[in-house]
Design a protein around this ligand. Structure first.
Ligand SMILES: Nc1ncnc2c1ncn2[C@@H]1O[C@H](COP(=O)(O)OP(=O)(O)O)[C@@H](O)[C@H]1O
Ligand SMILES: [Mg+2]
Length: 286
């Protein structure tokens, strides 16, 4: 069963003179096992939207259901929340315990798992995020580097085996090799645990690499929802919104302008290289 968002509108400080409509009539579905990329300019409502997926925030009107649990209903909310793991943009808000081990085991403990299973999950999660057990288990989370903190926060969430993993700009502030590592990690545990992923990112390149479906928010509304190929072919619209299409898509459109008959669906570096290789071989139909 999916997460279904229906006619969701969110107004901050509703009823006051400062009332601000951050989301307007959002309709979307997150299917089992799907990788959904959520993009949009700063202030377009991405964080407001994803915080409704686990009931952390309730809509002003409209509804979110998580596998049938109505997140507007106080009694049903806990059932839905247990399925949705949320990783915030700033790991400092998420880490709190004395040691990395205790921090990561907090969620599994709350699930009332037995000690052996908790231990197994903490070790597995640390392994999946690339934190060496011997080196990090007894360290304080607050002594870690930025990238290590992020890994620790991720581990604490994946140790709960969420059915839906929701990530708010998980690569923000990391260098290119760190970004790649985190993205590979996310894809790794998606495959291992079979969870769906909803990822907010500013990087179109990262979204192009990973997503099955892309949702573009503009001014609190869904501007477009589609496959990466459909979304990244809209390079003019994305540019207007201040979003830079993936490198490969920009390069392909520049090459097309210069007369190269490239297919319209190039948005990853691999596809661009493949198309150019094809030209080198002299294939007629690239
Ligand atoms: N607590 C709040 N009170 C009032 N306005 C808010 C609050 N949080 C966010 N907003 C406003 O709602 C809009 C959407 O914010 P947000 O969801 O954080 O966007 P994004 O994550 O896409 O940058 C922004 O204009 C922001 O200023
Ligand atoms: Mg945000």
């Amino acid at each position: 069963m999916p997460i279904v968002v229906e006619h969701l509108t969110h107004v901050y400080q509703s009823g006051s003179i400062n009332a601000y409509t951050a989301l307007k009539d959002i309709n979307m579905t997150i299917e089992d096992g799907e990788f959904v990329g959520l993009i949009g300019h700063t202030g377009s409502g991405k964080s407001t939207l994803i915080q409704q997926l686990n009931g952390l925030m309730q809509p002003t009107s409209g509804r979110v259901t998580v596998d049938g649990f109505d997140m507007n209903d106080k009694k049903q909310r806990a059932g839905g929340r247990a399925l949705v793991g949320m990783v915030f943009q700033y790991p400092d808000y998420q880490l709190f315990d004395e040691t990395v081990y205790r921090d990561i085991s907090f969620g599994p403990k709350n699930l009332k798992l037995d000690e052996a299973e908790i231990d197994r999950r903490v070790r597995e999660a640390m392994d999946l995020v690339g934190l060496d057990f011997e080196e990090f288990a007894e360290k304080s989370p607050f002594e870690l580097s930025g990238g290590e903190k992020r890994r620790c926060a991720l581990a604490g969430i994946i140790a709960m085996y969420p059915k839906y993993l929701v990530l708010d700009e998980p690569m923000a502030g990391l260098d290119p090799s760190g970004r790649r590592a985190v993205l590979e990690m996310i894809d790794g545990f998606r495959k291992r645990l079979g969870c769906a992923v909803v990822m907010v990112s500013h990087s179109m390149d990262d979204i192009a690499k990973a997503a099955d479906k892309v949702i573009v928010l503009r001014g609190g509304e869904i501007f477009k929802c589609g496959t990466p190929a459909e979304i990244f072919s809209l390079s003019d619209e994305l540019n207007e919104m201040g979003l830079e299409p993936p490198f490969a898509a920009r390069m392909a459109s520049e090459l097309r302008r210069r007369g190269f008959a490239l297919p319209g669906s190039i948005y990853t570096n691999e596809a661009l290289v493949e198309a150019l290789e094809s030209f080198k071989r002299g294939d007629k139909n690239v």
